[in-house]
Design a protein around this ligand. Structure first.
Ligand SMILES: *Cc1c(COP(=O)(O)O)cnc(C)c1O
Length: 349
């Protein structure tokens, strides 16, 4: 065939199901169940009038807005077409053929796909049973070029405390990317560590907490010398003008974020309590999803039954580790329907 051997050998990333008919209750890809701030629509509409021009290559209006919000210099921020674009830029820039990318497991499977594209190797460090991260994650090793930690992690929704993240970064011989896709739902985050350690990079996305998965906008925060190198790797216009306008407006509406977060956290608490009443083992979550297993009911048939009933959750199976259901926090009505269907499923003989 015509392709680089790495491409032919790799499986390719399989995103969660995205039915476009709007009929299913979608609890499978951790989208926000509520529409975004109305400020987003107004900003996008205003930006349409200037679409004949190329966008700002560095998404400067967003960088200025984020700089104010986060208290970091604007030149410490790199914007991307979703945080998946940020992850791609970072991996392409740092990890070469045959070199090593370290990640915990189970975690976000895309990291492995990105390493595969580079012809790089992956070292997986398993979480302990209680989802704490072993010391080994910080150990120097030849050819180690990048470590990525989803924090909060997916599928567990658990958090490695910032003090430990800082220790890990200081011991590692390479940069540490802290993927904070879900940080707005957590009690802690690692943003302030960026100023304390020049090996720490924090990525965020507007897809989850700002309810903008369809807009595609994410960003990276790290010290300026690293940003300068990443700029060489990104597409010249990697963020489009509508996304820049919408994302900047979303960040500007922090009261929308606070209200939305409060709603999601309230539903999450109720969902965990009720799932436990149904006999599920549910990990305490600091995200907008929960990780669920059942001592007697296998996960796959539950997933399939829910799907037949119009509810999509994410069935995850990690070879050698086990399987379970990752369920996004939906609206209260969606979660009530889910609980009703699951109650019927688990009470069937
Ligand atoms: C959803 C998700 C992302 C990607 O978000 P986009 O900005 O939509 O590309 C990154 N990391 C993790 C762990 C996620 O769950």
């Amino acid at each position: 065939m015509y392709f680089r051997p790495e491409i032919e050998a790799m499986a390719g990333y399989a995103p969660g199901e995205q039915p476009q008919d709007g009929e299913a209750i979608k609890l499978n890809t951790n989208e926000n169940p509520y529409p975004p701030s109305p400020a987003v629509g107004r900003a996008v509409e205003a930006a349409v009038a200037r679409l004949q021009k190329y966008p700002d290559p560095m998404a400067s209006p967003f960088r200025r807005q984020a700089s104010k919000l986060l208290g970091v210099p604007a030149d410490w921020i790199l914007c991307g077409n979703g945080s998946d674009d940020i992850l791609t830029i970072v991996t392409r820039a740092l990890v070469g053929q045959g070199q090593l990318l370290r990640m915990p497991s189970p975690s976000y499977i895309l990291y492995r796909t990105l390493a595969d594209l580079q012809g790089a190797r992956v070292e997986e460090i398993p979480f302990r049973d209680d989802w704490t991260l072993p010391e080994k994650f910080a150990e120097p090793r030849d050819d180690l070029r990048l470590a990525i930690l989803a924090n909060p992690n997916s599928p567990s929704g658990t958090v490695v405390p910032p003090e430990q993240v800082l220790e890990i970064a200081r011991r590692l011989p390479c940069p540490l990317l802290v993927d904070e896709a879900y940080a707005d739902f957590a009690e802690t985050n690692c943003m302030s560590l960026v100023a304390q350690c020049d090996k720490i990079m924090v990525s965020r996305t507007l897809s989850k907490s700002y309810a903008l998965a369809g807009l595609r906008f994410g960003y990276l925060v790290t010290q300026a010398p690293l940003i300068e190198q990443f700029i060489k790797v990104k597409d010249s216009y990697n963020c489009d003008a509508l996304a820049i306008a919408g994302a900047t407006a979303a960040l500007g509406d922090q009261s929308w974020l606070a209200d939305n977060r409060a709603k999601i956290l309230a539903t999450r608490g109720r969902m965990i309590t009720e799932m436990r009443k149904l006999g599920f083992v549910v990990v305490d979550s600091q995200s907008n999803f929960t990780w669920n297993t059942h001592p007697t009911r296998p996960a796959r048939p539950l997933y399939e039954q829910l799907k037949r009933e119009g509810i999509l959750v994410r069935y995850m199976n990690y070879p050698g580790w086990g399987d379970g259901l990752r369920i996004s926090v939906g609206t209260d009505a969606e979660i009530d329907t889910l609980l009703e269907k699951l109650k019927a499923s688990v009470s069937r003989p």
